[in-house]
Design a protein around this ligand. Structure first.
Ligand SMILES: *Cc1c(COP(=O)(O)O)cnc(C)c1O
Length: 394
């Protein structure tokens, strides 16, 4: 009765007309570089920084070239050294361990819970055993643990926390904007995230010195006073001559596209919730299919949907994925032997030490994932859920 789903899982919405007009204006005047400004002009990038600082409530915001670049810049600003261990989730996206490795530092992976967040007991033992002083906490696919407990654990082990909020921009935990618990938070604005400039990233912090270092690192050419939400010039004095330029700025064209999308984000989050709720409603109460538990404090952004088939053997899952695909439902499986497309886990990152993490392995073996672009309607989600249900019950 449900037949074939015809939608496209990677098709995002078009850029809003306000973004297109603003982008055309930048193209017409030609000042794309963020520091190329006419007299009395603030520039789209600086305006975006102001607006993002206001949106998150952070003291400082910096716009950069990608989410992965923001993560690496956060590590550099904190002073992470080559060879140093950095704790991070075993369940995350490749740019997270990649950012750590880009400094010559060592990713140390932490076990995953059934709720797809870091296991806090394992975090404590791994923090002790590794001697790490930094935790790069990835809110992978929008899942967030009890942040009060994370911060308590981090405090006990002397860990500075960097939050990877690529999938939580627009979400909250305990009424607090995602990214406001750690020392620094990083966001991505590439096409598959919550606001879309093709590529791009944002970094926020309340720490003036970290903000100044990140700004200098991003390649401010001593023009940092033109930034939109940076610390005062005084803070830069002691840092400007000793901080390398690792160019990774955002440009005015991308910022122009992003500003109207940021203004729309709360409304978009509500639309994503409706899609995600429909998926959960359609797939609840199946004997062998597990929905992912959500921490009660979390308001998540439902831009993707995960579920587990914990009792299915690998061959059965591969077959299930193929049958769903034949009916137009594109699922990603984290239990595949090799990285496929965007989908990989710690076992696939052979440049890093990959200890045995049996709990993560068990969960990944049965974990399925799909995108929920806003080009889908609630009815589309009902149909997708129906197809998954039928194929899972076979
Ligand atoms: C997308 C993403 C990033 C950053 O990605 P970029 O492609 O570098 O912008 C970081 N962490 C997670 C979990 C992501 O999904």
């Amino acid at each position: 009765m449900t037949g074939q789903f015809k939608g496209n899982f990677t098709q995002q919405e078009p850029i809003p007309e306000a973004g297109i007009s603003a982008a055309l204006e930048v193209l017409r005047h030609g000042r794309l570089h963020r520091y190329n400004l006419a007299d009395d002009e603030t520039g789209e990038t600086a305006e975006l920084e102001r607006e993002f600082a206001a949106f998150t409530g952070a003291s400082y915001a910096l716009a950069v070239a990608s989410g992965g670049y923001a993560l690496a810049t956060a590590l550099r600003a904190i002073g992470v050294k080559s060879g140093e261990p950095v704790l991070t989730n075993a369940f995350t996206l490749a740019p997270v361990p990649g950012a750590i490795a880009s400094l010559g530092a060592r990713p140390v992976f932490v076990e995953t819970t059934d709720a797809l967040t870091v296991d806090l007991d394992h975090l404590a033992t791994t923090a002790k055993a590794s001697g790490a002083r930094v935790l790069m906490l990835s809110h992978m696919r929008g899942h967030q643990p009890d942040m009060d407990r994370v911060m308590r654990c981090a405090g006990e082990h002397g860990l500075t926390v960097i939050e990877d909020c690529a999938h939580t921009m627009g979400g909250t935990w305990g009424g607090v904007v995602s990214g406001r618990h750690g020392a620094i938070a990083c966001y991505s604005t590439q096409t598959y995230k919550h606001i879309n400039s093709g590529e791009g990233g944002l970094l926020i912090t309340d720490d003036a010195e970290l903000a100044a270092r990140a700004t200098l690192l991003s390649g401010s050419y001593m023009l940092y006073e033109r930034n939109g939400a940076g610390p005062s010039a005084q803070v830069f004095e002691a840092l400007r001559d000793v901080t390398p330029n690792v160019s990774g700025r955002m440009d005015n064209l991308r910022a122009a596209i992003l500003r109207p999308q940021l203004a729309d984000l709360p409304a978009q989050v509500a639309r994503w919730s409706a899609l995600h709720d429909e998926m959960e409603a359609g797939l609840g109460n199946l004997p062998d299919l597990r929905l992912i538990d959500r921490d009660p404090g979390l308001v998540r952004v439902g831009s993707s949907f995960q579920f587990r088939l914990p009792k299915h053997a690998p061959e059965r899952i591969a077959d299930f994925v193929a049958r769903c695909s034949a009916r137009g439902v594109e699922l990603k499986w984290f239990g595949a032997p090799r990285a496929v497309g965007f989908t990989s886990t710690y076992r696939h990152w052979a440049y890093a030490e990959t200890p045995d993490l049996p709990q993560t392995d068990r969960i990944m073996a049965g974990l399925l994932d799909m995108r929920l672009p806003l080009t889908f309607s609630v009815d589309d989600c009902a149909q997708i859920a129906c197809i998954i249900r039928e194929e899972a019950e076979r």
